[in-house]
Every structure is written in structure tokens, then in C-alpha cells.
Ligand binder design. Structure first.
Ligand code: AMP
Length: 115
């Protein structure tokens, strides 16, 4: 079954899309953790970083180039932002389709809580 993000890419369910090219889409996270919280997703449905192959190198690079452009467009390139990719159970990955979280618009605090 198609992932929820593939369904967004196919316009089967709505999302606030802020970026799109031939390989990548960017849209607002439905449950934002910061004033700017965008998900950047490859159109190819790769479940997680554990599943990437050398064939995916170009699209993985494109995710970061898109992140740079979206950060500029969202006005947070200078103030700063965080890119985050959850992978698997311990990271709490909820959607099995690779996505880069782009977070910014406020001081984000320490990278992780200790424990
Ligand atoms: P992760 O825990 O890294 O897998 O993150 C999944 C993210 O997808 C969460 O931040 C959710 O809020 C977000 N999300 C889930 N469904 C949607 C949706 N339909 N539109 C936008 N964001 C979504």
C-alpha cells in the first residue's frame, strides 16, 4: 500500500506543499514542533535510510539542496535550522517513507534530551 506521503505526492490527500521538483516534494508537517516545520520527501518511496542503495545517492543529495532552498524561502536560512531524519523504532519513525524534517523559526534547544 502506498505510504501517506506517496498519497500526498499523488494529490490523493491534501497538504500544504511549499516545494516540488521532479524528485522531491516539501510540505508542512501536520503537527509542527516549531514555527517552521517542513517535511522533505523523495518521490521514490524508500522506507528508511536502512533501505537506500547507491542508486539513491542523487535523490538523497537533492533532499539537502531542496532543504537549503526551502530554508531560504521560509526566511530561516540566516537564523538557522535543524535537519533531522528519524530511522526505525528507537528514533520513533512513524512514517515508513524517508523524510527530512526541516525545523526552525525559534531557538531549538539542545539536540537531544539525555538519558
Ligand atoms: P517521523 O516520526 O520522523 O516518522 O515523522 C513523521 C511526521 O509526519 C510527523 O511529524 C507527523 O506529524 C507528520 N505527518 C503525518 N501525517 C502527515 C500528513 N498527512 N501531513 C503532514 N504531515 C504528516
Amino acid at each position: 500500500m502506498a505510504s501517506i506521503f506517496t498519497r500526498i505526492i499523488n494529490r490523493e490527500i491534501p497538504a500544504e506543499i511549499v516545494y516540488e521538483d521532479d524528485q522531491v516534494i516539501g510540505f508542512k508537517d501536520i503537527n509542527p514542533h516549531a514555527p517552521v516545520h517542513i517535511l522533505i520527501v523523495p518521490k521514490k518511496e524508500i522506507p528508511s535510510i536502512n533501505d537506500v542503495t547507491s542508486e539513491d545517492e542523487a535523490v538523497l543529495g537533492r533532499l539537502l539542496v531542496a532543504a537549503q532552498q526551502i530554508a531560504k524561502e521560509q526566511g530561516i536560512a540566516e537564523s538557522g535550522y535543524r535537519l533531522l531524519v528519524n530511522t526505525g523504532h528507537d528514533a520513533g519513525q512513524e512514517v515508513q517513507h524517508i523524510h527530512v524534517h526541516l525545523l526552525g523559526g525559534r531557538r531549538l534547544g539542545p539536540m537531544l534530551s539525555r538519558g
